[in-house]
Design a protein around this ligand. Structure first.
Ligand SMILES: Nc1nc2c(ncn2[C@@H]2O[C@H](COP(=O)(O)OP(=O)(O)OP(=O)(O)O)[C@@H](O)[C@H]2O)c(=O)[nH]1
Ligand SMILES: [Mg+2]
Length: 429
């Protein structure tokens, strides 16, 4: 799990003091008390904001204070209330109290808000303390204390931009020079095993970039480590396809580009629908006499409608333009609604109460699933197409039957059978 984290101190406003004043009017020798109330101190309020993606800003500013309330004044005038301080955080931010470790609030959706530190109450002025025996109260209430606390903000990161490409082309290098992430970089294949995430700042904006293991031919069918990793970039909105254009490993960049795209397409049709920028990396290694080859690559790729950014990642050449373009592509992609998984039209069968039911039978060697809707989806599944197969898996997962199976003792490696199709259960698909 990748988490963006920030620790900040917040302080609400102190309440204003009540005033101790007396009426002074000509011809009224003994004016009564007229001290007004102090104003309430400002609250610290957190609000979830859809337009924010990371907690980057909180690394630069770590202290937040709301305004104090004003003191009360004579002639029963109230002090002004202090302004609340509204702190905007990305959707999905959790706020913890550092001292106790308690979760104060989960700010899941745009507009969710809560008061993390309440402003002090305004003190009452002496006008309130007059009584039959106390005609001239020479005291008033003090304003309520400010509340100060240290809070931890945590955000589970979802990558916005995914890096794809063959092993050793410089994906991790690109992440390392554009964010604070410190992925392992080395001159061999599959240096990266677990995905790395980094927060990339572009001007006032930022996005999260994911670096995954290199993809090789057949990845979408399980070769190398591809399959497990493609899942991580499936949810990203923009892809950066990194190609080693120097051909330093003896491969042809154009072929590399096509092969990776073929793997992505094979994994799922939605992959190639994402906006893709092409990073032509390692230009510093192109021999002088070979410069035409870079142009050939650019012409080829741009001919297919992709923009190419020549790059030398370790020395940060070309990265700025690439990141700006990624930020722009991301902003455009966010305007479009998320693509939903295809929904089947089940309305006709809705009259049949058993239609959606999935039945489980436990045999000696497998758990056997059956059911009308399940069979309909099963029969329309193309087992040679990852997208189609995944739809079936998602359907099964969503039906809740996996939980039921687990309760029945399903473990990793057990066989689940539907009709004549068997699959081995793995915890994380
Ligand atoms: N000369 C040169 N070397 C580079 C460039 N970019 C990356 N490298 C080197 O290429 C090697 C591989 O870089 P990585 O960033 O680890 O590549 P990767 O794509 O993350 O590799 P995997 O994690 O194995 O898939 C390292 O030795 C880098 O120093 C570049 O633009 N020019
Ligand atoms: Mg790597």
């Amino acid at each position: 799990m990748f988490v963006d984290r920030a620790v900040i101190t917040i302080r609400s406003g102190r309440g204003g003091n009540g005033a101790v004043t007396f009426r002074r009017e000509p011809y009224v020798p003994e004016g009564g008390p007229d001290g007004g109330d102090g104003g309430k101190g400002g609250d610290i309020v957190f609000v979830a904001d859809h337009s924010l993606r990371t907690l980057m800003d909180f690394r630069y500013k770590t202290k937040y204070e709301a305004e104090n309330g004003q003191n009360g004044m004579h002639k029963k005038k109230f002090g002004k209330a202090g302004q609340d301080l509204v702190i905007r955080v990305p959707e999905g931010t959790q706020v913890f109290d550092q001292e106790t470790g308690h979760l104060m609030k989960d700010l899941l959706h745009d507009g969710d808000s809560f008061v993390a530190a309440k402003g002090g109450k305004g003190g009452k002025g002496n006008v309130h303390f007059k009584s039959s025996v106390r005609q001239a109260p020479n005291f008033a209430e003090a304003g309520g204390e400010a509340k100060e606390r240290t809070v931890i903000l945590e955000l589970k990161l979802i990558a916005d931009v995914g890096l794809v490409g063959f092993p050793n082309v410089g994906k991790s290098t690109l992440l390392s020079v554009t964010s604070k992430a410190k992925p392992k970089i080395a001159n061999y294949h599959f240096t990266t095993i677990d995905p790395n995430l980094g927060v990339v700042r572009v001007g006032d904006d930022s996005f999260v970039m994911a670096d995954i293991a290199g993809i090789i031919e057949g990845a979408s069918e399980g070769a190398g480590m591809g399959f497990r990793f493609l899942k991580h970039i499936e949810r990203t909105k923009v892809l950066i396809h990194v190609v080693d254009v120097s051909g330093s490993e003896g491969r042809d960049p154009i072929e590399d580009f096509d092969k990776i795209n073929a793997e992505l397409a094979h994994y799922s049709a939605s992959m190639l629908k994402k906006p893709m920028l092409v990073a032509a990396n390692k230009i510093d290694l192109i021999p002088n006499e070979d410069e035409a080859s870079l142009q050939k690559f650019i012409d080829y790729v741009e001919g297919k409608g992709y923009k190419v950014f020549p790059l030398s990642a370790p020395i940060n050449i070309g990265t700025e333009e690439l990141l700006k373009a990624a930020m722009e592509a991301l902003a455009r992609a966010e305007e479009e609604p998320d693509e939903e998984v295809e929904i089947f039209d089940f309305e006709k069968e809705d009259n049949d109460p058993d239609y959606r039911k999935i039945y489980i039978e436990e045999t000696d060697d497998a758990f056997v699933l059956s059911g009308k809707q399940l069979m309909k989806i099963f029969r329309s599944t193309n087992f040679y197409d990852m997208g189609s197969l995944r739809y079936l898996y998602k359907y099964i997962e969503k039906s809740g039957v996996i939980d039921q199976l687990r309760e029945m003792g399903l473990e990793e490696g057990d066989i689940i059978r539907i009709d004549d199709f068997e699959f081995e259960y793995v915890d994380e698909f």
